[in-house]
Ligand binder design. Structure first.
Ligand code: SAH
Ligand code: SF4
Ligand code: F3S
Length: 519
């Protein structure tokens, strides 16, 4: 633990906290009768730093024998909030728990360990987690031996850890996004000591390879990079996930090959800014376009990626994506706002014009591309005119769908101290108008498919109707059609007969689709 990390003052200036012991491994304290072992804690100042030290890649992560029977005969539940990165982290967490002998359950009463893998992106994401902790408190009273842990992005926030220590003393374990691989040790420590164990690293971040992953379904996620250096002024991710660091190409490619060998039909390459991939390599010139070109040659039917940042979308990448094949025609390209002035205040480092130019360039190279996006309304000081610019950009690009959000101030980010003079009613009304525009274009893009034949990867039985199957097109559109459950996991051709805003319907047909019809 570094020196800076040992400033405990801000946590313990409330009455009732007593320091029991302190040494180089951390500090033991008592709050409201609960003993807490703080191995390390989040530190916002350190999370902000971006030094020049090289990224360390850890390969030797084999679990030793002493941990492999801790969970024998016991059960776990992991609840996941937030983005796909978090979903994928949960796959690693589940993989580690299974290596320790734990088995999955859905029954809370049967669980010996429950972990909440949390998201800090907006206030309502955090409210959900605190609400859930309230429910779990009762279970913990009935089953005091059950371990309850909080991990993920919220654990990286000083204020959250502080609040748990003070008000949710029934939690047994808090760990962060940088030390998931330490889970077996932390469980052992919590079980042995019966104290709350807190270990959150505030480093810029290393890369840990070879961790087990419990993947579910037909679609595999593959991290290609971690962290974010963009520091958009509203966003907490650069603080919770550390600096941008790319996995070595040979490690990514070996993982993709292995998934292909295991029969996965689709993979999604993950990163907060996948197209910043490789910018941090000091010894090789190898960027996201090069990686996509290499993955293009691997025999896996569909390759997606998320999220790409408009700023790092270079011509080579467009050229490679235009080759098609397993590289699908769907690009999630978050715009956030259609106003150059707002984009500047957000520190997105592109303008309305340069975004539109990029979108047109991509469309020219990949004519049947589907764009999706993320948009924030009600950023501090956003005027009616600036919001209208967002609406007009939505119309100009014609997104197939979008995630839309009302701006939520995040403590410690630059935007949180900007003057926010837009009333909540105005923000809500803007969100409604934006959603109406997005829905109109979603519907239009679906309508264009009427009568055409699409290639669908069958994912399962439709959620609302047992007689129907559902799956996704290459452009990620949801398709419902009648068919036998034997088809789950395979590709079929569906002729579109009916369209709605959120999905399309059709009939399965036997004749093959050609690559050029496939949308
Ligand atoms: N790395 C991705 C986005 C990750 S967060 C990117 O840069 O595109 C997913 C989305 O959450 C963001 O695109 C943004 O639209 C939204 N978001 C992030 N911080 C937010 C905040 N403080 N309030 C509201 N929405 C936010
Ligand atoms: Fe957040 Fe911006 Fe980084 Fe995306 S690019 S994770 S929005 S700081
Ligand atoms: Fe949320 Fe962290 Fe993802 S804040 S959106 S879980 S990177």
């Amino acid at each position: 633990m570094s020196k800076e990390n040992k400033d405990y003052s801000k946590y313990f200036d409330f009455s009732g906290a007593k320091v029991l012991s302190e040494d180089e491994h951390g500090k033991r304290i008592r709050i409201n009768g609960r003993e807490i072992n703080i191995l390390s804690e989040p530190n916002h100042r350190q999370e902000k730093q971006r030094g020049k030290q090289s990224v360390e890649v850890l390969y030797d992560t084999e679990l030793t024998e002493e941990f492999r029977s801790i969970g024998a005969g016991k059960h776990y539940i992991v609840y996941t909030y937030g983005c796909q990165m978090n979903e994928h982290d949960s796959e690693t967490i589940k993989g580690l728990l299974e290596q320790m002998g734990y088995r999955a359950t859905e029954d809370r009463k049967q669980a010996d360990i429950i972990l909440l893998n949390t998201c800090a992106i907006r206030e309502n994401a955090e409210d959900k987690v605190f609400g859930e902790l309230g429910h779990l408190k009762h279970l913990k009273t009935e089953k005091p031996d059950m371990l309850l842990g909080v991990c993920g992005c919220m654990s990286q926030e000083e204020s959250v850890v502080n609040r748990i220590l003070q008000k949710h003393g029934f939690v047994d374990l808090i760990f962060g996004t940088h030390n998931v691989h330490r889970l077996p040790h932390l469980i052992q420590e919590a079980l042995f000591s019966k104290e709350m164990v807190v270990e959150v690293w505030s480093k810029e971040g290393d890369i840990v390879e070879n961790l087990p992953k419990k993947r579910e379904g037909l679609r595999g996620w593959v991290n290609i990079m971690y962290g974010c250096d963009k520091f958009c002024t509203y966003c907490i991710v650069p603080y919770t996930r550390g600096k941008e660091r790319s996995r070595r190409p040979e490690d990514v490619i070996a993982e993709v090959r292995e998934l292909a060998r295991q029969g996965y039909k689709e993979i999604t390459l993950l990163g907060q800014n996948v197209n910043a991939y490789g910018k941090d390599f000091e010894d090789i010139q190898y960027r996201f376009g090069d990686l996509m070109d290499d993955i293009h040659k691997i025999d896996i039917p569909r390759v997606r990626f998320t999220t790409s940042h408009p700023r790092d979308f270079d011509d080579h990448l467009i050229e490679v994506l235009a080759k098609g094949g397993n590289l699908v025609e769907h690009i999630h390209l978050p715009v956030q706002s259609g106003s150059s002035q707002v984009l500047k205040k957000m520190s997105r480092k592109y303008t309305r014009e340069s975004y539109l130019e990029l979108a047109h360039k991509i469309k020219k190279a990949i004519p049947n591309v589907a764009f999706t996006t993320d948009i924030i309304v009600g950023f501090p000081g956003e005027t009616d005119e600036q919001f209208e610019e967002t609406l007009s950009l939505v119309r100009e690009v014609g997104y197939d769908s979008a995630y839309t959000f009302i701006y939520s101030p995040r403590e410690g980010t630059p935007a949180a101290v900007m003057e926010d003079n837009v009333p909540m009613e105005v923000k809500s009304e803007r969100l409604q108008r934006l959603n109406a525009a997005i829905n109109e274009y979603s519907r239009k893009s679906n309508d264009r498919l009427l009568g055409s034949t699409v290639e669908v990867l069958v994912e399962g039985v439709s959620k609302n109707n047992d007689a129907m199957l559902s799956g996704r097109t290459r452009t990620n559109k949801l398709v419902h059609f009648e068919g036998s459950t034997d088809l789950v996991g395979s590709f079929v051709n569906v002729r579109i007969t009916d369209t709605k805003t959120w999905y399309i319907k059709g009939n399965m047909i036997q004749d093959a689709v050609t690559a050029s019809d496939a949308v």
